[in-house]
Write a new protein. Structure first.
Length: 415
């Protein structure tokens, strides 16, 4: 007989918002959204144009990672295409320089697919990507001809002594390219990528890579530098790619970054607050029903949790998980209204933490008058931190996160 502890452990595990999306799909916990999902759209476009590049954006907790993993899964059903998913944050410190990282990660993934390939050129390129990824020591022979000219500046690559020593002077032309030329060293890596892709099995004509986690970057300029170099280089290497990037690229001076990609995909929140036919509510209700039975979370409890989530998948799971924990601590066998209220209050207070006076004024204006026009960095921060939720439509609609509405109302009354 399954103990109460084991039972609740199972619910707690299935409700983990930090669980890998690969596991979500493997354990058959995935539910298709009411309208055609971004993952399916992305997979279809990459089936038709396997060398295209895509940018995926969306608010925190909207399910971008799930859709990207789903797209890779669907794409791998195509006989002539191999797709891989990479969580960049698990392979690289996102606070460090990002330029060159995506290019090298693509090479490492190809090298992994070709780890049993016996061709000497392929072996050499595999090792080369490992050196590029993790660094290496290289011996450069000493040139005796430099004895009398130790202070002379040789403007050439180390070991290249086939031309007369001298200095190069750069004289700019009249025209300025809209995008800077790729560094000369990048061409070697592009050629190396092409060597690996050409060594894939004969039936694999296309290689597509999905990069996740770059939406966590606070520094949009770091993302722009990577997009300008790495994305263009991967495009030249004829590798299809999709990147989960920061939502800030859609606003203000950052918008030109989008033009580097062939297509933009936005993963919106599920609009449960204005749900005409009830399809949004039913979708999220099914997400919870897959993870816990009615004896633990009743249909009424699920309905309440869906409303409090604001349509954000991650928040729905987190709120429900917290309510399940409260029920377990209280010795109850099922989630009650009191457990939900406790979960909502704790969640809302966490979201309220760190808000400044101007932030509170903006949120109160949205709560009372339904007015929100994101123009400043502070406004964008409210979106990124999901205190404000953006909903899709012909005209975008914004709402204060439901869990902080009661807290904002109490502040208004106290004032």
């Amino acid at each position: 007989m399954v103990s109460r502890l084991d039972l609740f452990r199972g619910y707690f595990q299935r409700l983990d918002p930090a669980a890998t999306r690969v596991r979500t799909l493997r354990d058959e916990l995935y539910i298709e959204p009411p309208s055609r999902a971004v993952g399916a759209q992305l997979a279809t476009r990459l089936q038709l144009a396997p060398r295209s590049s895509h940018l995926i954006v969306g608010g925190v907790g909207t399910g971008k990672t799930t859709q990207v993993v789903r797209a890779a899964e669907l794409l791998n059903e195509t006989k002539d295409t191999r797709a891989v998913y990479v969580d960049v944050s698990r392979r690289h410190d996102l606070d460090k320089n990002l330029v060159g990282v995506l290019l090298v990660l693509a090479g490492l993934e190809l090298a992994k697919l070709l780890r049993h390939h016996e061709d000497t050129t392929v072996k050499a390129v595999r090792e080369q990507f490992t050196r590029w990824a993790y660094g290496h020591r290289e011996f450069v022979p000493y040139d005796p001809s430099d004895d009398d000219d130790d202070d002379r500046d040789y403007d050439h690559e180390p070991g290249d002594y086939n031309h007369e020593p001298g200095d190069y002077v750069y004289r700019p032309g009249v025209l300025t390219r809209p995008l800077p030329p790729l560094p000369s060293g990048i061409n070697e890596r592009i050629a190396a990528l092409k060597t690996l892709t050409s060594a894939l099995s004969p039936e694999t004509e296309h290689f597509v890579i999905f990069f996740d986690s770059l939406d966590r970057l606070d520094d949009v300029e770091a993302f722009q530098r990577a997009a300008v170099e790495d994305v263009r280089a991967l495009q030249q290497a004829e590798i299809g790619l999709a990147i989960v990037g920061p939502g800030r690229v859609l606003y203000g001076p950052n918008r030109p970054i989008v033009d580097i990609f062939d297509q933009l995909h936005s993963v919106p929140a599920v609009d449960v607050l204005s749900d005409g036919d009830g399809s949004a509510h039913r979708f999220l209700d099914r997400v919870l029903a897959k993870r816990a039975d009615d004896n633990v979370i009743s249909p009424n409890a699920r309905s309440a949790l869906v409303q409090w989530s604001g349509g954000l998948l991650r928040d729905l799971l987190e709120l429900t998980r917290s309510a399940v924990e409260a029920a377990f601590v209280a010795g109850a066998d099922s989630v009650t209204d009191a457990h939900i209220a406790s979960s909502v209050d704790a969640f809302g207070r966490t979201l309220m933490f760190g808000l400044r006076k101007n932030d509170l004024l903006t949120l109160q204006k949205l709560r009372l008058h339904k007015v929100f026009v994101p123009t400043t960095d502070d406004d964008l921060s409210l979106l990124v931190s999901r205190r404000v939720i953006e909903y899709p439509g012909i005209t975008k609609r914004y709402s204060v996160h439901p869990t902080i509405e009661p807290l904002l109302a109490s502040l208004e009354v106290e004032k």
